[in-house]
Design a protein around this ligand. Structure first.
Ligand SMILES: *Cc1c(COP(=O)(O)O)cnc(C)c1O
Length: 426
């Protein structure tokens, strides 16, 4: 082939519009390259990525160590299915369980699959260990949760857009307010059939809602008292995003790789996804101790791709990068700086009413109605100015750059954001 004609962004967008299902509403930017904190569009324009594929690319785009692991393993062995053993899975399982402090891991691919896995484990444990009568187990979930897109998961969503006309819904879930310990206490006292509570340590999709400092510890405490499983969905908050390896670690001042602290609300079941692979390959994981995980026997759960050698090699490298490059510490430090700078700005702003978050998972609340297009218009302007972010829930913009960002880069991004916001001030 000699001359390959370059296809423009507009042509590529029309192709997706014509041939792809319209299940997303992307910003009109077509990317074809990424490196570290940057991505480039097909016209060669460079952007700071402030979404990181919903926190999957914490380690930065195309991290050389992770890509190297991918390429090496891809040339050796990619998939065996779990009908046979492979030489990568055991080492990975040992590594990830030791890193997070659990007896066992059940490897899956996407986040939603891992949530489904956790729900199945919790229910089986409830019937076989706790003695709840069959078909009566209840899992408590929170208002405004986001746990994925399967039929069971959307059954307990309260986002009408995610739910409507996808019924009949899966039974066995009860919703309570987020960040409300009393609501959980009340439901525990009203029913003997509570098997577990599924909770996001910070609600990312809902708009980066950070609960009270002691919320998770109190939930955990109540779970202990009532023999109920505390299931933490750390798919978005985990892997250093919020300034510690896990968001359930809470605030601590450890300078080493962040590990278990006094404030650690140890989940009974921990769900990970997204950045487990650094955004290179779909890898998710469910971790638990033997007393819980051993309820699953051969034939009762699985996935053709779950635990494949390519996933194991990629995830091992991606988790090593987090420790090697001290990404938790970097996220913590830069997150504080980011919020301080934006808080300074909003003192005199009429367009932004609030900045909140933890580590490098942050959001600004736009001073306009949820139905207004202001947040979208700001994101369009941010893109024009070289920074990609996306509104979540109408008037909220989430800011979640890769954690490999330097202080100098972060300050440049802050100035792009502030310059852009200034164009919208009244
Ligand atoms: C992204 C996400 C999921 C779903 O993960 P998928 O890989 O998209 O299925 C579940 N829970 C939380 C908190 C998430 O952010």
């Amino acid at each position: 082939m000699s001359v390959v004609e370059k296809i423009s962004s507009n042509e590529l967008i029309s192709l997706e519009n014509q041939y792809g299902a319209h299940n997303y509403h992307p910003l009109p930017v077509v990317l074809n390259r990424g490196e570290g904190v940057f991505v480039w569009d097909v016209e060669g324009k460079k952007y700071y990525d402030f979404l990181s594929a919903y926190s999957a690319v914490n380690q930065g785009h195309c991290h050389p160590k992770i890509i190297n692991a991918l390429v090496n393993q891809a040339q050796t062995l990619t998939l065996t299915s779990r009908a046979f053993y492979n030489d990568k899975l055991g080492n990975y399982e040992q590594f990830i369980t030791q890193l997070f402090g659990f007896d066992k891991v059940l490897p899956m691919n996407t986040g939603a699959e891992a949530v489904e896995t956790a729900i199945k484990i919790c229910r089986k444990w409830a019937y076989e260990k706790k003695g709840i009568p069959e078909h009566e187990a209840i899992i408590v979930v929170c208002e405004n949760n986001f746990h994925g897109r399967t039929t069971t998961i959307i059954s307990f969503s309260n986002d009408e857009n995610a739910r409507k006309n996808f019924g009949p819904y899966t039974a066995g879930f009860v919703k309570i307010a987020y960040d409300d310990v009393t609501a959980f206490k009340t439901i525990l006292e009203s029913s003997k059939n509570i098997a577990g509570i599924l909770v996001e340590p910070i609600q990312g999709e809902a708009g980066v809602y950070v609960p009270a400092n002691d919320y998770l510890m109190q939930i955990k405490e109540l779970c202990n008292q009532h023999n109920v499983l505390f299931i933490a969905d750390e798919i978005q908050t985990g892997i250093a995003r919020t300034g510690s390896l896990l968001a359930v670690c809470g605030d601590c001042n450890c300078e080493a790789q962040c590990e278990r602290q006094d404030t650690y609300a140890t989940p009974d079941i921990l769900i990970l996804g997204k950045a487990v692979s650094g955004g290179v390959y779909p890898v998710s994981a469910v971790l638990a101790n033997d007393a819980i995980m051993n309820v699953i026997k051969p034939g009762q759960h699985g996935s053709t791709f779950g635990g494949n050698p390519l996933a194991a090699a990629v995830a091992t490298a991606a988790l090593e990068v987090v420790a090697d490059e001290k990404l938790a510490q970097n996220a913590r430090r830069l997150g504080k700086l980011f919020r301080a700078k934006l808080n300074d700005y909003i003192q005199s702003s009429s367009i932004v009413s609030l900045v909140r978050g933890k580590g490098l998972l942050n959001a600004i609340v736009i001073n306009d109605s949820e139905e207004s297009s202001t947040a979208w218009d700001i994101c369009m302007k941010l893109a024009e100015n070289g920074l990609l972010a996306k509104p979540t829930h109408g008037n909220i913009i989430r800011f979640a750059p890769p954690l490999v960002m330097t202080e100098e880069q972060l300050l440049e991004c802050v100035s792009i954001i502030i310059q852009t916001l200034k164009e919208f001030e009244k």
